[in-house]
Write a protein that binds this ligand. Structure first.
Ligand code: PEP
Ligand code: MG
Length: 813
């Protein structure tokens, strides 16, 4: 939906200034705004013919909203309506809103995909905040704490709340709000009164995100339906309670990043090199294909399914090459493919006669435009993700992708999709410079994970200069960007690069040395690997503390046989050069289904038949895998580890299956240590019951955290909640160590083990082995070397008394 806007004013200068102001709200520039202002001779006046031409130009078929200044502007507008085609006239709405306020709101609303009627209605409300604040035109009731909401319609309830959270109505509180609304039988609409923004549905995450509600903003609530009163009350109650936020969820946002011309540090490190320009990646709309709405829907469904397949493949690769935590970025994109609001919008467009590609593109463009126009930097960072998903589906519908191919060198681009960022090779790209984006955008997260220095938000002008340059020097730690630096500047950047590399090299150089704490305790630092490449990259690792064997099982149509599995594990063992490898048995299930293992759909896959539960339900799979493990264990040091164990019975059953495999191989019992992953809170609390039957316990903090905090690990909206440093999770780690006793080693192989700041805390809790992404082995060893276990124990005791993860992080400096 692209509603056009016409501005009629007696003064051309006034109209143009108002349009420029409103243009700030439409970063994508997608809303057509036409001006009909001033007399022909440059003086003041309005002209019906000029207005009729403006109406025709602004109309793209979805209607036009007209904003006027005063007096005869209205008469001229009415006259102009007589001059346009009947078809256009029917789509024009003359809006009585005040010109400046109305125009700003109208542009935001139109950019968000509202219809002409909705745009006009929202523009009509544009004075509410100002008059509420001033207490009416006579100014006698100043600054009411709560601005007067728009008058309630019949059966409607209204109210307002103030956003208290330091970081505004971010993803987590927004999710709480949407969930509360969805639980009630009411149609609830919200409006950011402070920003004089448009009204949006409170049941849609993508729409609530566009409110851009920051700390101190007033939000108006309008509800109808049986639970209307409860809905208003509930939201006010939630707001009063800061939507359950007890502490700042994330570091204070970085400065605004909409291409301000102030480069923002986004990924530490220094990179110098020739310029490599990436053409803006994009996609052409495929030629329309005729068909009934039902056929268009089917095309769209199929294209979404292919988009899903593609995104899953990108996700799997990111999980393997970068890390599971970073790969969850693509889970959020996968969710967007099924966003009910977007689908409903696309559906309406299809019903209205649109081709599947146009319907999808327009529906996604509306979400992207609304996010791009957000005042909040975090939300703007999500706009690129929306475009990525949009383009995947358009490609599946036959759109032609223009590749953002680039040569080796410092990459300069407007922005990067997460998939582009995930594909960047540090060896070929010494640094990245982006005109837009933000440090919290997914591209930046992935660049950090890849260790590619980056500055973002440099603005169009500086990016253009950078593209023209021969050499760029980038400091992703400070945010500095030098374009064609002279020798002195270059020398300075080289010195910084050298210092950064020295620090990393120190870690790498000493990676092969054991990690011994200051007071002489050796801590094993292992690598988490999924492939031979991972194992080869695990420089200095004392062991492979977690081999995710599921990679042999995914992306195929049948299960690998014993020989195939044996070959895969043997190759990893050989790549680890004689170090012990910990083979975790198949950890798939509900959330990671296998094509050849049909399973009934589960309402809560993370609580379903996954990990060891699945293996015990499919004993033939487990038997084959354990046979392969035993064969390799005869030639290499091997541990076997069972995932997602909840009860001692399950472990006993798994051990019996292992005995069976030893017998099937027929070469006696190899040196094979047995352990379990502690991922279920109950298992942590029952560690003492497991201890007699295991050689080690390895805490999978990724899952343990999600289960302890009931916060799904792949849910981006819960990312801040699902913090492994929550004192509740730390208490479970402490309980595991206590239950394990002196003879059973406790390891941590979840992502938190690679957090250098968390290392003293984990060691203080009694953990004596850490297994991390291959690239992190060196720096984690360095972090261990700086630990004094006495002080670390004290730190852990204090952390266990903290109220929340933020307080724990505060202790870590
Ligand atoms: C964990 O849950 O912490 C873990 C290491 O296992 P995965 O991430 O493979 O589920
Ligand atoms: Mg796990």
């Amino acid at each position: 939906m692209t509603v056009g806007i016409v501005v009629i004013s007696h003064s051309r200068a006034l109209a143009e200034a108002a349009v420029a102001l409103a243009g700030e709200m439409d970063a994508g520039g997608g809303v057509p705004v036409e001006v009909a202002a001033g007399a022909d001779d440059g003086g003041f006046g309005t002209d019906a013919v000029a207005i009729s031409e403006a109406l025709a130009s602004a109309d793209q078929g979805d209607g036009v909203v007209v904003l006027m200044d005063m007096g005869s502007a209205v008469l001229s507008a009415e006259l102009a309506l007589e001059l346009v085609d009947d078809e256009v006239r029917e789509r024009v709405v003359l809006c009585p809103a005040p010109l400046v306020e109305g125009l700003v709101v109208a542009v935001v609303s139109a950019a968000g995909g509202a219809s002409a009627g909705e745009v006009a209605a929202e523009a009509g409300d544009a004075l509410a905040a100002k008059s509420g604040h001033l207490g009416g035109l006579d100014g006698t009731a100043p600054a009411a704490a709560v601005p007067a909401p728009a008058p309630a319609g019949a059966g409607e309830e209204t109210g307002t709340f103030t956003v208290r959270m330091p970081h505004g109505l971010h993803a987590r509180p927004a999710a709480a709000l949407v969930a509360a609304v969805r639980a009630l039988d009411a149609d609830v609409r919200l409006r950011n009164v402070t920003l004089e923004g448009p009204e949006v549905s409170a049941a849609s995450m993508s729409k609530v995100a566009t409110l851009g509600a920051l700390q101190g903003h007033e939000v108006a609530v309008r509800a109808s339906g049986p639970d209307a009163g409860r809905a208003v009350h509930r939201l006010q109650e939630l707001a009063e309670d800061s939507f359950g936020e007890t502490a700042p969820a994330a570091p204070a946002p970085a400065p605004a990043a909409r291409g301000t011309g102030r480069p923002i540090p986004a990924s530490p490190g220094v990179g110098i090199g020739a310029v490599s320009v990436a053409a803006p990646a994009g996609i052409t709309l495929p030629a329309p294909v005729a068909g009934t709405p039902a056929e268009q829907r089917a095309r769209l469904d199929e294209a979404r399914a292919r988009g899903r397949e593609h995104l899953r493949a990108v996700r799997d690769r990111a999980a393997r090459e970068i890390g599971e935590a970073e790969a969850t970025i693509f889970d959020a994109q996968l969710l967007l493919l099924d966003d009910p609001d977007v689908l409903a919008d696309a559906e309406t467009r299809i019903e209205g006669g649109a081709d599947a590609a146009v319907a999808w593109a327009d529906a996604m463009d509306a979400v992207e435009a609304a996010l791009a126009a957000a005042t909040d930097e975090y939300l703007r960072g999500r706009a690129r993700d929306v475009r990525d998903v949009r383009d995947q589906v358009l490609a599946a519908l036959g759109g032609h992708a223009e590749q953002a191919a680039a040569s080796d060198g410092v990459l300069v681009a407007d922005d990067l999709t997460p998939a582009d960022a995930a594909a960047i090779e540090p060896g070929r790209t010494p640094a990245v410079v982006l005109a837009g984006s933000s440090p919290t955008a997914h591209a930046a997260i992935l660049l950090r994970a890849r260790g590619v220095p980056a500055v973002v938000g440099v603005g169009a002008e500086l990016a253009a200069r950078a593209r023209e340059a021969g050499v760029l020097a980038v400091d992703g730690t400070t945010g500095e960007l030098a374009v064609d630096p002279d020798e002195t500047v270059l020398a300075d950047f080289r010195a910084r690069a050298a210092a950064h590399t020295r620090r990393r090299d120190d870690a790498l150089r000493r990676a092969h040395e054991p990690a011994v704490t200051r007071d002489g305790t050796t801590v094993l630092v292992g690598a988490n690997v999924g492939s031979v490449d991972d194992a080869a990259a695990a420089v200095g690792a004392d062991l492979a503390g977690l081999v995710r064997t599921e990679f042999s099982f995914l992306d195929r149509h049948d299960a690998p046989d014993v020989d195939e599995q044996e070959a895969a594990y043997r190759a990893i063992a050989e790549a680890m050069g004689g170090q012990r490898i910990t083979l975790r048995t198949l950890d798939v299930g509900g959330d990671k289904p296998l094509d050849y293992l049909p399973m009934p759909a589960e309402a809560n896959p993370f609580l379903g038949v996954r990990g060891l539960r699945l293996a015990l339900a499919r004993p033939e799979l487990l038997a084959d895998q354990l046979e392969a493990v035993v064969r390799v264990a005869h030639d290499h040091p091997v541990d076997v580890m069972f995932p997602m164990v909840s009860t001692v019975d399950e472990l006993d059953a798994a051990r019996r299956a292992l005995d069976g495999a030893v017998e099937a191989v027929g070469r006696g019992r190899p040196d094979l240590r047995v352990g379990i992953m502690v991922e279920v809170p109950a298992a942590a609390l029952k560690a003492a019951s497991f201890a007699p039957s295991v050689d080690f316990l390895s805490i999978g903090t990724n899952d343990l955290t999600q289960y302890a905090l009931a916060a799904e690990r792949g849910n981006e909206d819960l990312a801040a909640l699902a913090d492994a440093l929550d004192p509740g999770v730390l208490a479970l780690i402490a309980a595991t160590v206590a239950g394990a006793g002196d003879d059973v080693l406790v390891a941590v192989c979840g992502e938190v083990a690679a957090d250098e700041q968390a290392v003293p805390l984990l060691l203080g809790l009694g953990v004596r082995e850490l297994s991390v992404a291959p690239a992190a082995v060196g720096v984690v060893k360095q972090a261990v070397r700086e630990v004094d276990l006495g002080a670390a124990g004290e730190l852990a005791r204090t952390a266990l008394t903290c109220p929340d993860a933020a307080a724990v992080r505060g202790l870590l400096g």
